[in-house]
Design a protein around this ligand. Structure first.
Ligand code: ATP
Ligand code: MG
Length: 569
């Protein structure tokens, strides 16, 4: 491909680095993506070539496990989402619209409903199972905070696969196969991923595994143990709760004066307690259910909102602001669950470790008052109790060693859905005894466009230089001619171009009338590993061959070009 005919609008403009990521800067500067609206991008030709390569790898690997490709519509009718119950549950991320007749539709963020309706209408017998299908398609999610370009966009390319089984064990076997397939796909894309057990989120189901590319700009926090195989997303991670070991007798509840003592730090200091003996009381509101919650967790921990939302089945939780706290009859800094007069307004959610925390604290629901020697369930009772606290630095793994933390980019997520969709949507089959049984389902997603960004993030040296992993290189060779006005240079470059093409080597030929400095800068941004420069020495029949990864450089004759290209694949 001649570069003069390609549309690669590179830019030297510096963007404020603080507001974005290395990959976003590089992709902007390399003329790979163009923002159209917040979280909406055009994939320019260079990005498109690489996306197609990621897709090709994905297709090849899925074919190996007999997963077959189809293509479902982006436009999805509300009726199917009503059947699964997700029309009301999905929340504001779902892009909803109406047709000219006032019928409700959404733009697919995922396709469980569409595929389940297709399978239930066409598959009736155990003989036709198992079955797995996938598509590579544009998805829509009205993300609250679109970020880092393709990393979290509102329109993005996903590979989504779905599998249907007679029983849970068979689903398990396929899930494990898919997990290996995912590892192969990410490896071939040049990503080192780790697998973590994860929260199922809006997709639902029992187990799920995320594939994380470790990166500073990752939005997910991973928690893992260096001594055993424990690896989990922070939204799911659990640790040993040491305070449970505090052996103490229950003391009598006391209501005490705590002048100007409101925060956990202040109350700890005032009472001479370690913060791990205190409890914190946080108020939430679920916008969808219009329900207030008072949430209790140990004073030295934070609440994990995903864990909390899962425990109480809330989909649009938010913290109350100071004004609302007052309106609900509470006093900020002195909120507690003991003898709470406005209790009817709130559902009480208690972290399970607080239930084990002997003689803890509670706000007195009066200014400058606290309770001490509070004990659960003696002094207050929960509507919900479970694990809602976030694992913190220093916490121990179940094997006894300290857990470690890392940031990761979620590039894939696989789910054991079980029969939640098949029961809700009556996707059943007849077993060998002619009994009607719901199918067991799996759902498997890969963020194709997010992979592109994650690859740039892990392979870019800085924001103006990248070397693509072997299988994703947009071209095999970048051929540059220094001065297009010199006929000996353009002639030799054309010969090399023809030779490479004849040998099935893809080549980007920079034949533009640009200064060589600018051609080099563009070449660093475009990121092809092997570069051939035709310059002054063309008059002696010599060109320069550079492997940008090893920095090895040779002056070679045209007869040696193919050997060097092959040796440096
Ligand atoms: P996240 O927690 O990052 O929002 P998710 O758990 O909602 O992801 P899934 O529903 O599992 O994502 O979607 C499958 C894959 O699609 C994800 O693993 C991710 O790679 C990709 N993906 C999800 N949301 C986006 C987005 N807004 N932009 C780009 N890729 C996305
Ligand atoms: Mg999401």
């Amino acid at each position: 491909m001649k570069q003069s005919l390609m549309f690669i609008p590179t830019s030297r403009k510096e963007i404020d680095e603080d507001v974005t990521s290395k990959s976003y800067l590089l992709m902007q500067k390399a003329g790979m993506i163009k923002q159209v609206a917040a979280g909406v991008y055009t994939y320019l030709p260079l990005a498109n070539i690489i996306l197609k390569k990621i897709e090709a790898i994905t297709r090849e690997e899925l074919a190996k496990i007999d997963c077959v490709e189809l293509l479902m519509p982006t436009l999805q009718p509300k009726e199917l989402w009503d059947e699964s119950g997700r029309w009301n549950k999905y929340g504001p991320e779902l892009m909803r619209l109406q047709d000219r007749h006032g019928r409700d539709f959404c733009l697919g963020p995922t396709h469980e409903e569409i595929i389940t309706s297709a399978i239930r209408d066409h598959i009736k017998s155990w003989r036709a199972l198992p079955l797995s299908v996938y598509q590579i398609q544009t998805k829509f999610r009205d993300e609250k905070r679109p970020r880092f370009g393709l990393m979290r966009s509102r329109e993005f390319i996903m590979k989504d696969a779905y599998s249907f089984h007679t029983d849970f064990a068979d689903l398990g076997l396929f899930y494990d196969k898919m997990s290996l397939t995912y590892e192969n796909i990410f490896k071939r894309c040049g990503l080192n991923t780790i697998k973590v057990s994860a929260d199922n989120g809006a997709i639902g189901g029992s187990d799920s595994t995320e594939f994380m590319s470790i990166s500073e700009v990752g939005e997910d926090t991973l928690v893992y143990c260096k001594h055993c195989d424990y690896q989990a997303n922070l939204e799911k991670a659990v640790a040993i709760y040491d305070e449970a070991k505090l052996e103490e007798d229950l003391k009598d509840l006391e209501f005490i004066d705590t002048p100007n003592v409101a925060s956990i730090a202040e109350i700890s200091e005032f009472l001479g307690y370690n913060p791990n003996r205190t409890a914190k009381y946080i108020t939430y509101f679920d916008e969808l259910a219009k329900q207030y919650y008072l949430v209790v967790c140990p004073g030295n921990y934070e609440i994990n909102e995903t864990k909390l939302a899962n425990l109480i089945g809330a989909s649009e939780l938010r913290l109350l602001d100071d004004e609302e706290i007052k309106e609900q009859g509470l006093i900020k800094g002195f909120i507690g669950a003991v003898n709470l007069e406005t209790k009817d307004k709130f559902k009480l959610v208690v972290d399970e470790s607080v239930a084990k925390l002997k003689n803890h604290t509670a706000g007195g629901n009066m200014v400058d008052k606290h309770y001490i020697n509070v004990n659960y369930p003696r002094d207050y009772q929960a509507d919900f109790i479970g694990d809602i606290k976030e694992v913190a630095s220093g916490d121990l793994c179940h094997c006894g060693h300290e857990l470690v933390f890392a940031k990761g980019i979620e590039v894939g997520h696989i789910f054991k859905l079980g029969d939640i969709y098949s029961t809700a949507m009556r996707c059943t089959y007849l077993d060998q005894n002619q009994k009607e049984v719901p199918m067991q389902m799996g759902s498997y997603g890969i963020g194709i466009s997010r992979i592109l960004m994650a690859v740039v993030e892990s392979h870019a040296q800085n924001n103006s230089e990248i070397i693509w992993p072997k299988e994703l290189q947009p071209f095999d060779v970048h051929l540059l001619v220094v001065d297009i006005k010199k006929e000996e240079q353009t002639k030799l470059a054309q010969e090399i171009y023809d030779l490479l093409i004849a040998n099935n080597i893809s080549v980007l030929y920079d034949d533009r009338a640009e200064r060589i400095g600018s051609k080099f800068a563009d070449s660093d941004l475009i990121g092809i590993k092997n570069r051939i420069v035709v310059g002054k020495k063309a008059s002696d029949g010599l060109v320069e061959f550079l492997n940008r990864a090893t920095q090895e450089q040779h002056d070679i004759e045209i007869k040696d070009v193919m050997t060097l290209v092959n040796d440096n694949q």
